[in-house]
Design a binder for this molecule. Structure first.
Ligand SMILES: Nc1ncnc2c1ncn2[C@@H]1O[C@H](COP(=O)(O)OP(=O)(O)OP(=O)(O)O)[C@@H](O)[C@H]1O
Length: 596
């Protein structure tokens, strides 16, 4: 990838510190100079120290941890290649695969070759496990759920008994409340750090203060801290201008998204964009794909964790290779994924967590390339911008590109919506309801306001009336008796909002209104900068996990598909945040270089 690092230190400077095989591989792949984070890590006095490394998205952190880890391995005199020497943990299957591919690149000049295996959900466990046990998995890249599965086998535990280095990529994610229990279980099966002395490395673009107390799980107290991000600097990449386009009402979100994409395509026929939406169920691929709202000649892709692994793998490969297209994605690709040449990231609605904004924006502007990031937000969602002034998000008012008026976007969306199956619209409603509920305090809403807002969104998704929910679902969402819901066997829930009069429309600038359908009215939520995780349902931390039912999530009840993991299901509206499953959906991911 053409990143201009020519003013940086050349890798050649590391002759003597890095094995010739590694330097050769870097050269073969056109990497001549270090990125800043690589420079800082590779110029440490030793490569064996524990470290916490923070650097912006797309700045080459993967090589920054692989190079020292591989160097240590290759120079170890007592290395037994039949045992795992380096264990890399990553939150998603796709990211694990990508890291393994990078590792293969780096070891391509090693003789004998160094084997890098992956252990991820969605692939056939027995096949991979047998290969892992029979071969020499000197490097293992894994997602936590599947690794826990492996570790239930004595022979697999044995393979990990000589681990020398444990890397957490997307470390803040791996250490957050969603993943930490799995991580703990994994570490319990490894030789104890205190005795075995394995090296711990944590890398991420974001390091929120909350994770600091979790660091001792993998890092010694005297670990080195490296950051290439200035304290006063925004953690997003400078080469990505960021803009929010506020829309007048929720009904304008989809037409504005259409205008944004159509104008971006008009400006750049080779538009390659990722469009993030809050939950897997927003139905956007339907609207822009089969509904036909995508600008002509732009292929439409979708990526979310409810797809089979075979579909996920195919989509990643295709979207990496294509030079144009629209990827409608949940946060399953929100972190770490390196799709070349993405020139636009669009966010519809708010991300589930502040840091997720940084990671989403970071899908563009990678490796020194330019990109652009925009958000299309309804008035009820504008709190995100107000609450996060550190992000350089420009608000120049509604989208007003000179070519916008040439597209009948509202009409195009209406026509597209008519082609979207009702079931998809209903799922979008459920997903959105759960999502808003999970961020209720952030939205400044009470339950009545949550339902009112979700109902207004339902209209904008093309629902003719408020979709009917089962009493069980309503109960589990904590919305029993909330006016505006339509419940199976009961119909529209009427009556005063629980504990309030008219609170649905009482946010800042609240206003009632609606379109006449049952409960479709409702007010604007006001801004309330409350804590982001106020409940266990569908909360921002309860994303796709191994399906083991951790502290949040795991217990699902959605009408939709099962989560990727063993018995794990996300609840409706739980953000699709890429907690990796170990389930056996799909087929073994195809590999460019056969993974052993
Ligand atoms: N020294 C280098 N010279 C040129 N390109 C590089 C160099 N190091 C890495 N790259 C390329 O930069 C891109 C981004 O690297 P990488 O995926 O490791 O970023 P990252 O910092 O881990 O991003 P994220 O925070 O999103 O996970 C990749 O395409 C990688 O091949």
């Amino acid at each position: 990838m053409a990143v201009d690092t020519s003013d940086r230190a050349p890798y050649a400077q590391l002759a003597g510190r890095l094995k010739p095989q590694l330097l050769k591989a870097l050269e073969n792949h056109g990497f001549t100079h270090m990125t800043p984070v690589q420079e800082k890590v590779l110029q440490l006095p030793t490569f064996t120290q524990d470290c916490l490394v923070q650097a912006k998205t797309g700045t080459g952190k993967t090589l920054a941890f692989l190079l020292p880890a591989l160097q240590n391995l290759l120079e170890a005199k007592d290395l037994d290649r039949s045992y795992v020497g380096i264990l890399v943990l990553a939150p998603t299957r796709e990211l694990a695969q990508q890291i393994a591919d990078e590792c293969d690149k780096l070891t391509s000049a090693c003789s004998p070759p160094l084997e890098c295996h992956i252990a991820v959900g969605g692939s056939k466990k027995t096949v991979h496990l047998n290969k892992f046990l029979k071969n020499k998995p000197t490097v293992l890249v894994a997602t936590p759920g599947r690794l826990i599965d492996y570790l239930s086998e004595d022979a697999a535990r044995q393979k990990l008994s000589k681990v020398r280095c444990v890397v957490l990529d997307e470390a803040d994610r791996m250490l957050d409340a969603g993943f930490a229990p799995d991580l703990r279980r994994i570490l319990e099966q490894l030789p104890p750090k205190a005795q075995a002395g394995w090296q711990g490395m944590c890398f991420s673009a974001t390091v929120p203060p909350e994770i600091k107390k979790m660091l001792p799980m993998v890092l010694t107290q005297d670990h080195v801290r490296i950051s290439t991000i200035d304290k006063n600097e925004a953690p997003t990449v400078e080469l990505v201008p960021q803009t929010v386009y506020p829309v007048a009402t929720v009904d304008d979100v989809l037409p504005t998204l259409h205008s944004v994409l159509a104008c971006a395509k008009a400006d750049n026929p080779a538009l390659k964009a990722v469009i993030f939406c809050p939950t897997a169920r927003h139905g956007l691929p339907h609207i822009f794909g089969t509904g036909g709202a995508a600008p002509p000649k732009l292929p439409v892709f979708q990526m979310q964790s409810r797809m089979s692994q075979a579909q996920r793998t195919r989509t990643v490969e295709e979207f990496k290779e294509t030079d144009r297209g629209l990827l409608f994605a949940s946060d399953v690709v929100g972190r770490g994924m390196d799709f070349p040449d993405i020139n636009l990231v669009v966010q519809i609605g708010v991300p589930s967590e502040k840091d997720q904004y940084v990671h989403r924006v970071g899908r563009t502007g990678r490796a020194g390339k330019v990109g652009e990031a925009v958000m299309v937000l309804a008035p009820e969602e504008m709190w995100f911008v107000a609450a996060n002034p550190e992000f350089p998000i420009k608000n120049n008012g509604p989208f007003n590109h000179p070519k916008a008026s040439t597209y009948p976007s509202a009409q195009i969306i209406q026509t597209a919506l008519a082609k979207v199956p009702d079931q998809s619209k209903e799922q979008a409603y459920i997903g959105n309801l759960g999502f808003i509920k999970s961020l209720m305090k952030r939205y400044g809403l009470d339950p009545t306001g949550v339902v009112a807002l979700a109902n207004r969104f339902a209209t904008s998704f093309g629902c003719a009336e408020v979709p009917t929910l089962s009493p069980m679902l309503v109960g589990k969402m904590g919305l029993k008796g909330v006016p505006g819901l339509v419940v199976e066997g009961k119909g529209l829930v009427r009556g005063p909002p629980p504990g309030a009069s008219g609170s649905a429309g009482r946010g800042r600038g609240g206003r009632g209104g609606g379109r006449g359908a049952a409960g479709m009215g409702g007010g604007r939520g006001g801004f309330f900068d409350g804590p982001p995780r106020e409940n266990g349902f569908g909360g921002p931390s309860s994303d796709e996990r191994s399906g083991r039912g951790g502290p949040r999530g795991g217990r699902g009840f959605g009408r939709g598909g099962a989560g990727g993991g063993r018995g794990g299901r996300r609840g409706p509206g739980q953000p699709d945040r890429a907690r990796e499953g170990s389930g056996q959906q799909g087929e073994e991911p195809s590999r460019k270089r056969a993974r052993r």
